[in-house]
Design a protein around this ligand. Structure first.
Ligand code: NAG
Ligand code: NAG
Ligand code: NAG
Ligand code: NAG
Length: 349
């Protein structure tokens, strides 16, 4: 994927057809209604954005738009929940400190959170003309492998990546493991979900089986969906900007490895993953995907979408239900995790 943030395509503000918008932080805590429904706490810490009907159980029958009173997303009809794990820095004395997120390029005043894309075609294809099917109420999915610690494990999920940002708008090259050098402007993680749906199941036991990658080629190259998963959906993509700058002045591992660790203990970066629970109101998402807008038209107006300001997004927050310190210097990650390195590597450093 070759593009620079300077060409960033904004749906919500100006008028280009790539659906890109930000969601501020709703809450950061150990709750995971997709993988560990009902568990308070869940195993590891997540950062969650979207509608405030989010909770630990999230019955698939839940009417997310009706039960939410606000959303931290820019589209006010989007009460979906989107979440990822969070990053920690491991100091040379073995203590951990949370890495905060920043608002992304063009959303700098957002309180953390993440940027969402719903792609119809490759990101550099500004026409975004392909017809894609929006998800249905109750739809949810997961991508990635929490246990992955090698490139081989991660390769099945080829589009979960990192960019070591030398500049604020740098978006390439992408790596599958954590960058190992100090990144001047922070680290961006990207999570791209599969794009072919089986057309029947809103979820599956591993939260992945109802979705597939294209049979040949990629979503970007217009690869066809397999017969088992014939319905081409939008490509959901997350971008998260991690403010690693404050840690660039501290001591780093002498062997040149990365000091960053996911909240579930992964120190390789290969365990990157994301969770998605659809919760748009009515046909709002399909309407946005269907509107034939171009550079010179206003997609927001043409799709009759409702947008809120960043200060309003920032006001939609939840109190954590799990009372624990996730922000101080910690002897172990919340849930008791410690940094885990690739099998066969030197181990704890
Ligand atoms: C989650 O919200 C539902 C209402 O949608 C409520 O019935 C349930 O008790 C809540 N569960 C938790 C664990 O808070
Ligand atoms: C570990 O190192 C960090 C960074 O230098 C420091 O802020 C922290 O207080 C240290 N923790 C302990 C337990 O010494
Ligand atoms: C995840 O990675 C683990 C560790 O290598 C492996 O055993 C497992 O098969 C992988 N699972 C998936 C779904 O790729
Ligand atoms: C596009 O339309 C929306 C909603 O009607 C409006 O708020 C916004 O200012 C318009 N943007 C431009 C660039 O004209």
């Amino acid at each position: 994927m070759r593009w620079t943030g300077l060409l960033t395509l904004v749906f919500a503000a100006p008028s280009i057809a790539v659906v890109r918008f930000h969601c501020s932080q709703l809450v950061v805590q150990r709750v995971d209604p997709l993988v560990e429904p009902g568990s308070i706490p869940s195993s590891h810490v997540h950062q969650i954005v979207g509608g405030n009907s989010f909770n630990a159980s999230m019955d698939p029958q839940k009417d997310m738009p009706a039960e939410s009173t606000c959303t931290s997303c820019q589209f006010t009809e989007d009460f979906s929940n989107y979440w990822t794990a969070i990053l920690y820095f491991r100091a040379q004395n073995g203590s951990y400190k949370r890495v905060h997120q920043l608002g992304n390029n063009q959303f700098e005043t957002a309180n953390g959170g993440l940027t969402i894309y719903y792609m119809q075609d490759a990101i550099y294809d500004q026409a975004q003309k392909s017809r894609v099917t929006a998800f249905k109420p109750g739809f949810r999915m997961f991508v990635g492998n929490v246990s992955a610690r090698t490139l081989e494990d991660a390769a099945r999920f080829r589009q979960l990546t990192y960019v070591c940002m030398e500049t604020w708008t740098m978006r390439a090259p992408e790596t599958m493991g954590f960058p190992t050098r100090k990144c001047k402007e922070g680290i961006m993680t990207s999570v791209r979900f599969p794009t072919c749906w089986d057309g029947k199941n809103l979820d599956s036991p591993d939260h992945m089986g109802h979705m597939s990658y294209p049979e040949t080629g990629t979503f970007e190259s217009g690869g066809p969906c397999p017969a088992s998963h014939p319905v081409r959906t939008a490509q959901v993509m997350y971008e998260v900007v991690w403010d690693t700058k404050p840690f660039n002045t501290l001591d780093w591992p002498a062997d040149g490895s990365s000091p960053f660790v996911w909240s579930f203990g992964d120190a390789t970066g290969y365990g990157n993953h994301g969770d998605y629970v659809f919760g748009w109101k009515g046909d709002a998402l399909q309407r946005i995907l269907d509107v034939p807008c171009t550079f010179s038209t206003n997609c927001t107006r043409e799709s009759q979408s409702k947008i809120q300001s960043i200060p309003n997004m920032n006001q939609c927050t939840q109190q954590p239900v799990v009372g624990e310190d996730i922000d101080g210097w910690l002897d172990a990650l919340p849930g008791g995790y410690h940094a885990q390195y690739a099998p066969g590597s030197a181990g704890m450093r």
